[in-house]
Design a protein around this ligand. Sequence first.
Ligand code: UD1
Length: 424
Amino acid sequence: MDSILVRGGQRLNGRIPISGAKNACLTLMPAALLCDEPLTLTNAPRLSDIRTMAALLESLGCEVAALQQGRVLVVGAERIANHRADYEIVRKMRASILVLGPMLARDGHAEVSLPGGCAIGARPVDLHLAGLEAMGAELDLRDGYVHAKAPRGLRGADFTFPMVSVGATENLLMAATLAKGTTRLINAAREPEIVDLARCLRRMGAQIAGEGTDTIEIQGVARLSGATHPVVTDRIELGTYMLAPAITGGEVELLGGKRELVEAFAERLEVAGIEVADTADGLRVSRQNGRIRPVDVVTAPHPGFPTDLQAQMMALLTLADGVSHLEERIFENRFMHAPELARMGAHIEVHGGTATVTGVERLRGAPVMATDLRASVSLILAGLAAEGETRVARVYHLDRGYERVEEKLSACGARIERITEKAA
Ligand code: UD1
């Protein structure tokens, strides 16, 4: 199992290219199931979660070709040969549930294992299922699988989400493109990945309005066709690397970054005393001298502060000059990084959904363990600022969502390397 070794204490200066969004790509790939012509995705990130989705789609009978070293993906679903998404693949990644809506919409039946995924809370899929039922699907949960049928096809419906869900909005948006009549998704998620999905579906011939607002209206069409679509920039990768010069000091330009993708996050960084500026090629983030100022953070659905940047923001605030509060409102169990950061000298108290971080003057390197994707990168950020060596174990979590971390950070002067342990 690989680990990442960081020798901290270097200021970072340079440029980091930001990849296409993992979470957008994971919903764009299953959109290919909606039609019998290939969907070409450019600007795809090269990550293990993407390979897992490719394997899942292949198991359903799709052809997936990775061109240009994986930067371009061509997904062809001329025919769905198998409508069962098996537990063995689905358990690796929760986003697998996103094949349900498209398969059901196109062929009127699908079986999908209930997902696993990051251990950050209960994360049920009840909203995905309730929405599909509102569109006329008959669902049966048995043997750990959702057995879904819509023998006469899905029909348009009004569906109000009782809480905002990114994945359920994506599943229903895809399903509604081929339903008979009009669907209105009310209290829908507004994340940039939803906007990107809607744009791609529109290129495929779908009729959609209102994406990026809380009500999306979809007029069903009889068929969709192939298209080529560039994956939107990864705002979580962008935010993560914005924190690198923030925590170490220095100045880094994030190539392809756009402030509108990370507005709420950038605003909190500025309150913490970090400079964020637009450039011709992206965003420039710098911290010259002085301590980081404490800030309070509350995670919320977009356009609020993203839960996927909470762990990394906590790493920054461990070094602030005062007390910060981080309130997690999306996932109930998302502070597993706190005890690991404490091993590096951070002062963090967690009570329910709120972490109170009392800043310290310095962190010290330590052996730590990654417990989920965003937690793992928060430990790397802390390691960049810590004195001495930090060894982050279990980096397979990291490889699910960050492409070439060592390369991107070492290009800016970080001392970071991957240690590959040979099996005994
Ligand atoms: C997506 C992102 C993930 C991000 C999350 C919130 C992908 C592949 N993953 O996950 O990185 O952290 O959005 O921004 O895009 N919920 C239910 N029932 C459901 C669905 C969700 O109760 O049927 C709850 C969840 O447990 C959670 C909240 O709703 O508390 C938000 O979850 P959701 O937005 O659905 O997250 P994902 O789509 O799984």
